[in-house]
Design a protein around this ligand. Structure first.
Ligand code: GDP
Length: 712
């Protein structure tokens, strides 16, 4: 059977390659009459009855370029049995625009998706059955370069030859305008030709408008129809058609194409099913946090910290300084200030830098890969149960770095009551400055117990949850939670540079603080711990600091750590939480020895406190009022002093109660302590807490339904 096939496609879609494959490059090249645009024609090498015409590459059939005019005229006039529409599969949207115009002409078309070898590489999955269904014609995949799919394309072309393609339908309002225009056209036109002419007239195609013979009345009718459509669509008629075609393509592609990003999304969906699972989400999160603390405080980070403590600040720096100061005959008191005050204090704080770096490196990985966003979502489910929204979790997440931006992040919460509540509880999260306290206590008192360090994180969260439940039941904070809408980003591999930068920034901030505020505080602490009120040089026990500490220590005695040193460390922690460690470094490091390693300080600490007392100390310092900078942020966000004082009092009160309960009960349960009045009070505290947790809220959050005209 003789068959005339035409290759039509966008420039660079692979027409020439296809043509050469089909014809064995024995094409005849000729010129189209009138214009110098090349036309190639040849015989299909596997069936010489099939002639293949290669038309110029075109983007559309609008008659704006000579190539477009030639192609259009040829397609209209030559008796073509099948159009082989070569489509670049990697650029479907633009290529299919031409396909739609070919379909509008009512030609028998086979769509050949070329470059199919590149689809996989570009992460595009194409369902050609769906594409064929949507277009109403046959679609095949080919690769002209790899010589794939050529025979299938030709056999499909043979089957589809001379069969008119189904008519595509656009927006019904446009279709009715096209039908109106169609009524004005000569009666002898075929349905396909009528529709195509109507489309061209609607587009105000100059060639068709010129060629078609219409009466002035018909022209007027058509012009009116177009004007009405333009009014309805609020666009020019050609723009209406362009939009309709692209709209059609968009719908079609959303049906038939899966891109890798979409696939990634579905992989994300599957991971999410596990990570945000109703039951498993929290245990998985707990495991990740445990792992992070384990890595940073117990293993990887510790290697660095041991080196900084034992080698850098334990021997190198003190020895070098000692040499220099002796050479320069520095006064004795100055030598002591530098060694026992600054090196011991600032050194104790800086020692934790490697652990902080590892912790933030791990947290940044969780954040960068998209996991933390899921946790906000999981927390929303949990928080919502007690009336807070997941929005409150974001400030808390930020507060794991530093309480100041954490408190400031609460601004995104519109509801004032929720915002105040969030500001009040956000700093319960352990920030980077509290990390050294956690590391010191877990290292000195709980060696090998990997639960101790992450427990600080969970105590912080538990304090937030419990506070949320209890405070939401008070008139001050009652109310429905704000809706929480958050877009969950697709999971992706964390970027090393951004993760490293995040950890680096935290580390630098920590070092800067150690070099400024902690440095100044260490000088003051050393002074107050070396002199008495008459400014005479005394031992630590007779110093100003000891006197002040002893005055306040009884307050903390019920918590198990009411020594003057523990008291002073806690109070200096208000300036900056790192000071707790700086103070310990100075007070427990002053033994006259120059090289004071971490382990020796640990031993001295163990002489002063029991393990339960140390844990109670940790809890108090974790939950009590934050540093001055964070208190300032709380004041700014609360807007007045009354609320700020309320927040500080609440934080200190909760810290005291939690510490008290832990020490009083822990001492009896784990350290063989005898039952005392304190034990009874601790039990009462717990009962009170349980009551507050289960008590009915004063405000019913579920709406009450009023039945109009109901009885009573
Ligand atoms: P035309 O402008 O439509 O005639 O396209 P050509 O046949 O000249 O091809 C344009 C470019 O695409 C050339 O570099 C070809 O090598 C390349 N090409 C054509 N078909 C394929 C294919 O199936 N796979 C790949 N990877 N490249 C192709």
């Amino acid at each position: 059977m003789q068959l005339q096939c035409a290759l039509v496609g966008n420039p660079n879609s692979g027409k020439t390659s296809t043509f050469n494959q089909l014809t064995g490059a024995k094409q005849t090249v000729g010129n189209w009459p009138g214009v110098t645009v090349e036309r190639k024609s040849g015989k299909y090498k596997k069936d010489k009855l099939i002639t293949i015409q290669d038309l110029p590459g075109i983007y559309s059939l609008s008659p704006y370029t000579p190539e477009e005019v030639i192609s259009r005229n040829y397609l209209q006039e030559a008796s073509i049995d099948a159009v082989l529409n070569i489509v670049d599969g990697t650029n479907l949207e633009r290529n299919l625009y031409l396909t739609l115009q070919l379909l509008e002409m009512g030609l028998p078309i086979v769509v050949a998706i070329n470059m199919s070898d590149l689809l996989k590489k570009k992460g595009i999955q194409l369902n050609i059955d769906k594409l064929a269904y949507g277009l109403g014609i046959s679609v095949v995949k080919i690769s002209a370069l790899k010589q794939q799919g050529m025979e299938k394309m030709m056999s499909t072309a043979k089957q589809s030859a001379k069969k008119q393609a189904a008519i595509l339908r656009y927006d019904p309002r446009l279709e009715s305008a096209l039908a109106e225009i169609g009524h004005q056209l000569p009666a002898d036109l075929s349905e396909a030709k009528r529709r195509w002419t109507a489309i061209k007239l609607f587009e105000k195609d100059p060639l068709v408008t010129q060629e078609i013979d219409l009466t002035p009345l018909q022209q007027k009718e058509i012009a009116e129809t177009i004007a009405i459509a333009e009014m309805i669509f609020k666009e020019s008629s050609d723009a209406i058609l362009v939009n309709e075609r692209y709209g059609f393509i968009e719908d079609l592609l959303s049906l038939a194409v899966i891109r890798q990003e979409d696939q990634r999304l579905s992989i994300s969906d599957n991971i999410d099913r596990l990570l945000t699972h109703r039951v498993l989400a929290l245990p998985i999160f707990a495991f990740f946090m445990w792992l992070i603390y384990y890595l940073s405080i117990q293993t990887v980070g510790t290697i660095g910290t041991d080196w900084v403590n034992d080698v850098l600040f334990g021997s190198w720096i003190p020895e070098i300084l000692d040499q220099w100061m002796n050479q320069w005959h520095v006064a004795q008191w100055m030598q002591e200030l530098i060694q026992d005050g600054i090196v011991a204090g600032v050194g104790a704080v800086l020692g934790f830098l490697p652990q902080i770096f590892v912790l933030f490196f791990c947290l940044a990985i969780l954040e960068d890969c998209g996991y933390m966003a899921r946790i906000a979502f999981v927390m929303d489910r949990l928080f919502r149960k007690f009336g807070l929204s997941g929005k409150s979790f974001i400030p808390m997440l930020i507060a794991t770095g530093c309480g100041v931006p954490g408190v400031m992040a609460s601004r995104t919460i519109e509801n004032q009551k929720d915002r105040r509540l969030t500001v009040m509880v956000t700093t319960f999260m352990p920030c980077s400055a509290k990390l050294p306290i956690i590391a010191l206590i877990s290292g000195a008192f709980f060696p090998g117990r990997t639960w101790v360090a992450p427990s600080a994180y969970f105590i912080g969260m538990a304090a937030i949850v419990v506070s949320g439940i209890v405070l939401k039941k008070t008139a001050l904070f009652a109310g429905d939670p704000a809706p929480f809408i958050m877009e969950l980003p697709a999971y992706h591999l964390p970027q090393v540079s951004s993760v490293f930068k995040s950890a680096w920034d935290r580390g630098i901030a920590f070092v800067k603080k150690a070099g400024t505020i902690i440095f100044a505080a260490c000088v003051l602490i050393w002074f107050a711990s070396s002199y008495d009120f008459s400014l005479a040089r005394v031992t630590e026990d007779q110093s100003i600091l000891a006197a002040a500490g002893r005055l306040m220590a009884p307050i903390f005695a019920p918590l198990g750590w009411g020594t003057w040193r523990g008291t002073v460390a806690t109070i200096t922690g208000l300036i900056a939480k790192e000071n707790v460690i700086g103070t310990f470094g100075i007070l427990y490091g002053q033994t006259g020895e120059i090289s004071e390693s971490g382990n020796e300080i640990w031993q001295l600490l163990r002489n002063d406190y029991t393990a339960v007392a140390a844990y109670s100390f940790l809890i108090f310092n974790l939950l009590c009022a934050p540093c001055f900078a964070a208190i300032g942020a709380i004041h700014r966000e609360m807007g007045d002093s009354k609320w700020t004082w309320l927040a500080i009092s609440y934080q200190c009160g909760l810290a005291y109660c939690a510490s008290f309960v832990v020490y009083q009960l822990g001492h009896v349960l784990f350290e063989g302590g005898s039952l005392t009045l304190g034990t009874g009070i601790a039990v009462l505290f717990i009962c009170g807490l349980i009551f507050a947790l289960v008590k009915k809220p004063i405000h019913q959050t579920t709406p009450t339904i009023q039945v109009i005209g109901g009885s009573k």
